[in-house]
Design a protein around this ligand. Sequence first.
Ligand SMILES: [Zn+2]
Length: 62
Amino acid sequence: MPIYEFKCTNCTKEFDELVSISAEKKPPCPSCRSEKVEKKMSACAGFSGSSGGSCNGSSGFS
Ligand SMILES: [Zn+2]
């Protein structure tokens, strides 16, 4: 299940949320409970430590 990054447009709080692919609705802001949140694309959130490393610009291949 992917982790998406969201940013609240009301209080500018940024937070991560586990969302299923089929669920298109956005979670409310954990800070101010506003539903005015933007989904941010985050390709590698939640996959740190894997052997892929495609998201790590600095470490790369070894
Ligand atoms: Zn907020």
